[in-house]
Design a protein around this ligand. Sequence first.
Ligand code: ZN
Ligand code: FE
Ligand code: FE
Ligand code: ZN
Length: 278
Amino acid sequence: MLKASGLADLHTHTFRCGHARGHEEDYVRQAIALGLSAVAVTDHIPFYWLPPEAHDPTLAMAPEQLPAYVDSVLALKEKYRGTIEVLLGIEADFVEGHEEQLAEILRRYPFDVVLGSVHWLDGFWVDAPSSQRLYEQGPAKVEAIWHRYWQKLEKAIRSQLFDVMAHLDLPKKFGFFPERPLTELESKVIAALTATGTAVEVSTAGRRKPVGEDYPSPSLLERLVAARVPLVLASDAHAPEEVGFGFSEVIPRLSRLGVNEVFYFRRRQPVTLRLPCE
Ligand code: ZN
Ligand code: FE
Ligand code: FE
Ligand code: ZN
């Protein structure tokens, strides 16, 4: 894990979301053990767009848990100052029509980094285990999901609510792809990223999923690099030992593409990290 030294993991969860294990301090300690220079705690934002009775404690923390989460991460930032930079983050769902509600939550706390995710697609979850049966309905359904996903993602980016877009090609999680790549929709997403200066995470979480590859896919990553979209490193750890997961393989992958720097965020401003030379 030496190659992770000096890097930053911008995407980790905690027990609070109901499907991850470990306290935020366990993630910070693991990041220190790996020699990372920064780690963002980015638990799932409460379901701000759904009525309280729709809250699912296995998908996100409840709204009343958010202040304690923030306080805890801010306390860790102080406790480990000089050892590692602990970043207050959140993984925030984009839900069209609820942008102002999200903006209000984001204004309330001194976030370092806001990850933008499209998990919720007008009534269903793109990536919840319960959604796999939708993809199994056949190629037409798969294509429809991808189509809607890319369109929604473009709107998410253009909302400018987010610093970094998480798991860019998320609908591939269960291994279902459109029969032909939706290149034009991807192009619109890339144009939105460059127009807004939004970063994208290179996430090793996909390796732990049925699809078995990083987000974004190799071809999409090449297009992002060509468009000079800023990149961050992310494990999307849902257990402390997953911090920095696979980074030692991602670095050479990025080097081969000519990428020599990645970013992290402090008070929502990008900070450059030089990648270690091979
Ligand atoms: Zn999660
Ligand atoms: Fe996510
Ligand atoms: Fe996540
Ligand atoms: Zn995630």
